[in-house]
Design a protein around this ligand. Structure first.
Ligand code: HSE
Length: 300
């Protein structure tokens, strides 16, 4: 038997919640087709949409590695599997590209194994995939890719993941400027020590954002989305970041920031039309400075 699974892109951090907040979008995302074979071991028979950048070696690919961890945990480590990975989103974009692949793979094997437990039980395996992809097993992409919607990682040890509500008329505009920002490197440049004053600002904003999600108060969400810890450093890796913010905010965005570790940026809006017009203006600006881009508009 064979299954085909789609897992969505995700926006991690949501500006002020470094490593603890993330949400899933409707598109883009990745697709995995998986089938059980007679010959023990995992074979990655095909990868499309990656420009040859991802390894077919099952010991090096995050999809097969996390699937193998899952199989070992249920005592089926010697099963035969054929995996096709169809990347339908850019790699290294800050949109949780590796997470989308890993989560699609884990959901596929869970389905093939007839495992009916809560998908959240796959999280530790998905985090192993993240560890391999970028040197750190954060969950703010994999958790929303698995569970959908807005997710809070309240604690890593022990793992405590909470689904949050969100206003239904919240739209997200995403633009991916086509420059390379590997997550591994974007994590290395972040400061390790922070000032108490900055910590106070940051936790006020995180509490404000979460309150806004519960209260369906998009303006509170917007004014809480400020990051004094990570964005000041990472924005340097993104072409014209502050100019793009000015364009988005003066075009009706309620907030603007880096998606995950970048280079993608995103804006929240109150309607689809504003989200579309923001993506067009940002893309036009990037074209003007000779940088290609992709754009997506989604509800959450
Ligand atoms: N929270 C992670 C980071 C997400 O910002 O490094 C990576 O996409």
């Amino acid at each position: 038997s064979s299954v085909k699974v789609f897992a969505p892109a995700t926006v991690a951090n949501v500006v002020c919640g470094f490593d603890v907040l993330g949400f899933a979008v409707n598109e883009p995302g990745d697709e995995v087709i998986m089938r059980v074979t007679d010959k023990p071991g995992i074979v990655i028979s095909k990868i499309t949409g990656d420009d040859g950048r991802l390894p077919l070696d099952p010991t090096k690919n995050t999809v097969s590695v996390s699937v193998q961890h899952y199989l070992d945990s249920i005592g089926r480590g010697d099963i035969g599997l054929d995996i096709e990975l169809h990347k339908k989103m850019p790699i290294g974009s800050g949109l949780g590209s590796s997470s989308a692949s890993t989560v699609a793979g884990l959901f596929a094997i869970k389905t093939l194994m007839g495992d009916t437990t809560d998908p959240a039980t796959l999280l530790p395996f998905a985090m192993k995939g993240e560890e391999m992809a970028c040197g750190h097993g954060h969950a703010d992409n994999v958790a929303p890719a698995l569970m959908g919607g807005f997710v809070l990682i309240r604690s890593y040890e022990p793992l405590d993941v909470v689904r949050l509500p969100h206003p239904k008329d919240l739209w997200c505009a995403i633009v991916f400027p086509d420059v390379d920002v590997p997550t591994r490197e974007a994590r290395q440049i972040i400061r390790n020590k922070i000032a108490m004053k900055d910590a106070v600002t940051q936790w006020g904003n995180i509490a404000g954002l979460v309150s806004g999600l519960f209260m369906q108060d998009i303006d509170l969400i917007g004014r809480s989305m400020q990051d004094v810890l990570v964005e000041p450093v990472r924005s340097m890796l993104i072409p014209d970041f502050y100019k793009m913010r000015e364009i988005a905010m003066s075009s009706g965005a309620v907030s603007f920031g880096i998606s995950g570790s970048g280079p993608s940026v995103f804006a929240f809006t109150k309607d689809e039309e504003t989200a579309r017009s923001i993506t067009q203006k940002l893309q036009a600006h990037l074209t003007g400075i000779k940088i290609g881009s992709n754009a997506y508009v989604s509800t959450i």
